[in-house]
Design a binder for this molecule. Structure first.
Ligand code: ADP
Length: 185
């Protein structure tokens, strides 16, 4: 046997594991949960209200210091009383019919959030379905962007090991799961 013939290739492809669950994002024990915030970062309804209620008043106090956040960008805070150590607040676009750069802005939310997470040694992260509540983004189109952008972005961010997409309701779960399958399982 020639020397080196049994050498096992050691090239490893490190890919983040993507999954879909149904539940309340505030209960998840991950490094960071993502808040679908509004541009003031001063709290609101929906998932934003649930995150502030669960994290306690110190979260709002830290948010006040951030001076807001433009649509498509992301800001990091601590998680306070949440099981998650951090919250990444991102501002999704309001759906205006599809010609107001909504798709690009929604993709920016996922990309900027994941990049900010990687810069802060966050390995596991959970997203709500950004913009699909009061902001009115059609959930199928939003799910497609969420999954595609996350796959593309995490391919270049080996620190991100796990990304969970959280559906609050059964219908959102079905939509996100279909997008997960369609974009690569
Ligand atoms: P937006 O203003 O970005 O549309 P919303 O909070 O209104 O944000 O809705 C975003 C998504 O978050 C919706 O699909 C909504 O059902 C979901 N959601 C609301 N509360 C929670 C929660 N506690 N955990 C996970 N998802 C939630």
């Amino acid at each position: 046997m020639s020397e080196g013939a049994s050498t096992v290739p050691r090239v490893q492809s490190i890919m983040a594991e993507l999954s879909v669950i149904q539940g309340d994002i505030t209960k998840l024990n991950v490094d960071a949960i993502v808040n679908a915030a509004n541009s003031t970062l001063l709290g609101g309804g929906g998932v934003d209200g649930a995150i502030h209620a669960a994290a306690g008043p110190d979260l709002l106090a830290e948010c006040r210091k951030l001076d807001g956040c433009p649509t498509g960008e992301a800001r990091l805070t601590r998680g306070y009383r949440l099981p998650a150590k951090h919250v990444i607040h991102t501002v999704g676009p309001i759906w205006r019919g599809g010609d107001a750069k909504e798709a690009q802005l929604l993709a920016n939310c996922y990309r900027n959030t994941l990049e900010l997470a990687a810069q802060n040694d966050i390995h596991s992260i959970a997203f709500p379905a950004i913009s699909t509540g009061v902001y009115g983004y059609p959930p199928e189109a939003a799910a497609e962007i969420a999954l595609r952008t996350t796959r593309e972005t995490t391919a270049g961010l080996p620190k991100i090991q796990s990304v969970v997409f959280v559906a609050f309701q059964a219908q959102a779960y079905t939509i996100l799961e279909a997008a997960l399958d369609r974009t690569g399982g």
